[in-house]
Design a protein around this ligand. Structure first.
Ligand code: FES
Ligand code: FE2
Length: 335
């Protein structure tokens, strides 16, 4: 059974945010210059309780000063110096200078975060020991290191973050919400696979391009035909969408119980001729259609929260959303 509208209640939002720090999060690009693999520092702004700064493409640290808690970096910098009282940290997160403090305080280095990479995509986990989603085998044999960053965009959505995720995790709504997609996708052949903290959706194509999968790729084995879209959801907040032209990333940022930002990045396979429009425009329409329906659901569950009421059972095609609810309940109840 669906956990019901209380999943989206403002009273549980803070606990969900704290729990999200035990999950793996995408360290998104802030501007194109930081997205290369040139060894430069990269950071992300606050996100689901995380404020990592990535240094030298090897490690991840908290981006919060250990003195009074000021955020450290908000732009690329050669040295890690706090703008508040001037504490300095080295590229291993070790405290190297603390103006006004002598001797140097001990035990006040920057906390290190766990880090995993999938090609050019970096992930961090601030707390706990939850394993990284089993996504690597779905990217095996793909030219991940030949991906190049193209652009980014932010979509504000007036809804609880979990509503956006649930909608992402099922194809049941496609014929109703995305008339443009219905024509190009073979919905009868749409497959959803659940692994550990990973939902894989495989869309066979009726027309158009194909994801450049190697011959032995598991998505080909799963549906026995070419794949127009391969969608990987890495619990709790990241989606990697593979197409013929490249990969788009959706990173979900919970803002409040009724407000979410979707950080979208577009990366292209190196061999793709950049059109500047094409995939971006088509995806824009789909994203806006999804966001509009999700806001409509938010209005509905807000009414249910006020008046009392339940939500219905899952259809088989909603297996991804059901798994997401189970994982989220585990994360929130973990100690
Ligand atoms: S808060 Fe960073 S030096 Fe004081
Ligand atoms: Fe959709």
């Amino acid at each position: 059974m669906h956990p019901g509208p209380t999943l989206y209640a403002p009273e549980v939002f803070a606990a969900q945010l704290r729990a999200l720090a035990r999950g793996w999060h995408y360290a998104r690009c802030v501007q194109s210059a930081e997205c290369g693999s040139d060894g430069s520092a990269r950071w992300t702004p606050a996100h689901a309780g995380l404020t990592p700064v990535l240094l030298h493409e090897e490690a991840a640290f908290s981006n919060v000063c250990t003195h009074r808690g000021a955020l450290l970096l908000d732009s690329p910098a050669a040295t890690l110096r706090c703008p508040y009282h001037g504490r300095a940290f080295d590229d291993r997160g070790r405290l190297r200078a603390a103006p006004g403090c002598s001797p140097l305080p001990v035990g006040e280095d920057l906390p290190a975060f766990a880090r995993e990479d999938l090609g050019p995509f970096k992930f961090v986990r601030a707390r706990g020991d939850r394993a990284f989603p089993t996504a690597a085998r779905w990217l095996d044999g793909l030219p991940m290191h030949a991906l190049r960053f193209v652009d980014r965009k932010v979509y504000p959505v007036g809804a609880h973050w979990a509503l956006w995720v649930e909608n992402y995790l099922e194809g049941l709504h496609v014929p109703f919400v995305h008339p443009g997609l219905r024509a190009s996708l073979d919905l009868a052949g749409y497959i959803t696979i659940i692994e550990d903290d990973l939902v894989i959706q495989i869309a066979p194509g009726r027309t158009g391009g194909r994801v450049p999968l190697p011959a032995a790729h598991p998505a080909r084995a799963a549906n026995g035909q070419d794949v127009a879209g391969l969608y990987l959801f890495l619990f709790p907040c990241t989606a990697l969408n593979l197409y013929d032209w490249g990969v788009s990333v959706n990173s979900v940022e919970p803002v409040s119980a009724t407000s979410t930002r979707i950080h979208y990045e577009r990366w292209e396979w190196a061999h793709t001729a950049t059109t500047g429009v094409g995939p971006g425009d088509a995806l824009d329409d789909v994203e806006l259609e999804d966001d509009a329906i999700v806001e409509r659901v938010q209005a509905g569950v807000t009414a249910l929260l006020a008046t009392g009421g339940a939500l219905g059972s899952y259809a088989p095609a909603e297996a991804g959303a059901r798994a997401f609810h189970r994982w989220l309940a585990e994360l929130v109840s973990a100690r």
